[in-house]
Design a protein around this ligand. Structure first.
Ligand code: FEO
Length: 392
């Protein structure tokens, strides 16, 4: 019995073996789709459902709890890993109504073709009584999609936050036990899902931080019975200035670009700049995303394929651009055989970032003396600029 509070239970599913989300995001530790059953003295509510692949698990857990009637299915987020079992739930529980905000209702209608009559639409701050338990709805947009919201169980102080504060971490323990491991997975999750919406998250953090929260129960990963752990981590990820760290993401065909990366790595270390490197041919893109959370500088290194960047470098640049990290400086280094527009094309892909663009370093064939000097100059610039961070 996975119990959070009296008459509050986790009834979702653990997906131990899933290794990719949205056909994009690696899940080295699997994931969970948490759903929560709340039995009030008068009404019974289910908070979120599970991925459609796990509908039977959810139904089984509800049956094991003897649930033969549901009044409300609260939908905090329309994405299918939480909403995808709603159609079956509405068939299985014919009196249940889907409770959500207007924007989420519209998205559920688009994605799931639910019956419009089965909805109860709520506004920001509205409450819903289950008898001795009260749900308060807080609209928190962009904690993944524009329609996302949190549900707060007032009497018990439990914040059901759906993707917000989540982590892709399959595990049998209901509550966080290994804080270091959970924060690492939550940081990866933040980097991949939340980082592009940092500004909106600052406001959402303020909104939930005013509540008397005893637990944060996300819909992925374990429940935080020490909510400050994840609230403080988010505060730092969204608001703290970047640190003295350069991320080097690279791919090399005939070792010219690799030689540049090796030299630049050493040059940065000599200048006391922390370096994190990602070989894009072997990398887990989630590791790269995590490094972007607090790095001050991002360098992409690529050879020239035909006239443009290596496709893996273009892919990494696209990800960096859409994830909107707080890096202040970006740069491109790389090599070519005869001609090309590798630098221009990578810089163009990265143009959505507000970062200052460093002078690129490009070599023809193998490095010559002046190329090493150019890399030294780039390392000097990065080290000098990072000193400005301390003065912030
Ligand atoms: Fe876990 Fe945005 O869905």
């Amino acid at each position: 019995m996975r119990q959070l509070k009296p008459n509050v239970f986790e009834v979702g599913a653990i997906d131990w073996d899933r290794r990719l989300f949205d056909e994009l995001i690696p899940l080295p530790d699997g994931t969970t789709y948490n759903a929560y059953l709340i039995r009030g003295s008068e009404k019974t509510a289910l908070i979120d459902t599970v991925d459609p692949s796990k509908t039977e698990t959810l139904l089984g857990h509800l049956a094991a709890h003897g649930v033969d009637h549901l009044d409300y299915i609260i939908s905090n987020h329309a994405e299918q890993d939480h909403s995808g079992s709603i159609p079956v739930m509405l068939e299985s529980y014919p009196d249940a109504r889907v409770v959500t905000n207007a924007k989420c209702k519209a998205m559920l209608l688009d994605h799931l073709h639910l019956d419009e009559d089965r909805f109860l639409v709520i506004e920001d701050g509205q409450t819903l009584s289950l008898g001795d338990k009260t749900l308060r709805f807080l609209i928190t947009p962009w904690v993944h999609w524009p329609e996302t919201m949190c549900t707060f169980l007032e009497e018990d102080g439990v914040l059901f936050s759906c993707d917000f504060f989540g982590s892709h971490l399959a595990g049998s323990e209901l509550f966080v036990s290994d804080e270091g491991r959970v924060i690492k997975d939550a940081k990866r999750y933040y980097a991949e899902i939340m980082m592009p919406f940092r500004t909106a998250i600052v406001g959402n953090l303020k909104k939930v931080d005013g509540l008397e929260i005893s637990m944060i129960a996300p819909s992925h990963g374990p429940v935080y019975d020490r909510p400050r752990l994840i609230l403080d981590a988010y505060q730092s990820w969204v608001s703290a200035p970047p640190v003295n760290k350069a991320v080097l993401a690279y791919v090399s065909m005939h070792d010219s670009t690799r030689a540049m990366v090796e030299y630049l790595t050493e040059a940065l270390i000599e200048r006391d700049v922390v370096v994190e490197r990602f070989d894009l041919t072997h990398g887990d893109i989630g590791e790269l995303a995590m490094s972007l959370v607090d790095a001050a500088t991002v360098i992409l290194a690529s050879p020239t394929v035909l006239v443009g960047p290596h496709p893996l470098a273009a892919y990494a640049a696209t990800l960096v651009n859409v994830l909107r990290p707080k890096a202040r400086w970006i740069g491109v280094v790389g090599s070519y055989g005869w001609a090309g527009k590798m630098v221009e094309q990578l810089q163009q892909i990265l143009s959505g970032l507000k970062a200052e663009v460093l002078d690129p370093v490009v070599v023809k064939g193998l490095l010559r003396e002046d190329d090493y000097q150019a890399l030294d100059a780039m390392a000097d610039t990065i080290a000098q600029k990072h000193k400005e961070l301390k003065a912030d």
